[in-house]
Design a protein around this ligand. Structure first.
Ligand code: XMP
Length: 305
């Protein structure tokens, strides 16, 4: 890239011109893309923008609190507590694309309610270049690209980072003084932990995945991965104390990538893997085993579903 200061100035001017005196909404996920888009839009139009953060119950550990704190300067920020409604919708859903669909719909319902309430004419989105390419290629439905524009009859869509790659968005985040926890954050998928839980998503499985992601992110921070996480991939037999248990199997994955379109599994040393294993099995008595995923993308995808 790119002159970040010039980019920011142009983006702010453009948003101001496009939105004028109208109201706008943005779905703020806590990820770097929507955080940058929201901050640019907030600079441009202030409280005419309502950023909406929906807690689906599928967020990272501590994420809701972090978002509330980081964006506390936006008086119009809305935090929607929708965990129970999402788990209800997900009951019995096992097909991966169906899961995305159910979550996308749930999200749209929550978002739409706020958009109507604040009488929003514009939708701001944190769509980046690779999102558009993958969606156009129909590789996978990304709910941050499709869906939202159709529900509320928006006058226009504002996509200030649509031509940027992830590393460029991070540069802009740093220039906007977004805290390191946001600007250096690993990408987190729109459907959240649902794509890190194979099969039905229950509150229990989501909790196991959330704790595992937290441990893996902490332990592998110095490996500088594109993404590193734990996923609940099934059940298997283990021994805890004197008992045989049928517990969760957690897969640990850590990949290098530039844009998520291809990725390489990272080489992680045995001691680090053992530490991760002992923390995950130690902190949750229902986890029976931990495995490490050595598959690149392709042939695997980064996420499990
Ligand atoms: P995959 O698993 O397809 O992921 O190799 C590529 C990148 O995209 C993220 N990802 C998603 N992001 N909605 C999103 O917003 C989704 O449905 C979705 N699925 C995967 C994934 O975390 C990785 O960075």
């Amino acid at each position: 890239m790119v002159d970040t200061e010039a980019f920011i100035e142009d983006a702010v001017t453009e948003i101001r011109e496009q939105v004028g005196d109208a109201n706008a909404v943005i779905a703020l996920s806590g990820g770097v893309d929507s955080s940058v888009a929201a901050t640019l839009a907030y600079r441009a139009i202030g409280d005419q923008l309502t950023p909406v953060y929906v807690d689906t119950g599928l967020m990272r550990k501590g994420e809701t609190e972090e978002v509330a704190e980081t964006f506390s300067f936006m008086e119009s920020l809305r935090i929607v507590e929708a965990q129970d409604r999402f788990f209800e919708r997900l009951e019995g859903v096992i097909d991966p694309e169906e899961k995305r669909h159910v979550i996308g719909e749930g999200f749209i319902d929550e978002f739409e309610t706020v958009a109507r309430e604040v009488d929003a004419d514009y939708l701001v989105q944190g769509t980046i270049y690779p999102d558009r390419i993958e969606s156009e290629g129909n590789i996978k439905s990304h709910h941050n690209v499709g869906g939202l524009p159709e529900v509320v009859d928006f006058e226009g869509i504002v996509e200030p980072v649509r031509d940027l790659y992830k590393d460029e968005v991070r540069e802009v985040a740093r220039a906007l003084d977004l805290e390191a926890v946001i600007s250096e954050r690993m990408p987190f998928p729109g459907p959240g932990l649902a794509v890190r839980v194979v099969g039905e998503v229950t509150p229990e499985k989501a909790d196991v995945a959330r704790e595992a992601c937290h441990v893996v992110e902490e332990e592998l921070a110095d490996h500088d991965p594109w993404q590193a996480f734990g996923a609940v991939i099934g059940k298997g037999t283990g021994v805890k104390g004197d008992n045989r248990v049928h517990g969760w199997i957690v897969a640990v994955r850590s990949v290098e990538s530039r844009d998520g379109m291809t990725a390489r599994a990272q080489e992680v040393d045995w001691n680090t893997l053992q530490r991760i294993q002992s923390r995950i099995t130690g902190e949750n008595e229902n986890v029976a085993r931990v495995v490490y995923d050595v598959t690149h993308k392709p042939p695997a995808t980064i996420e499990y579903e």
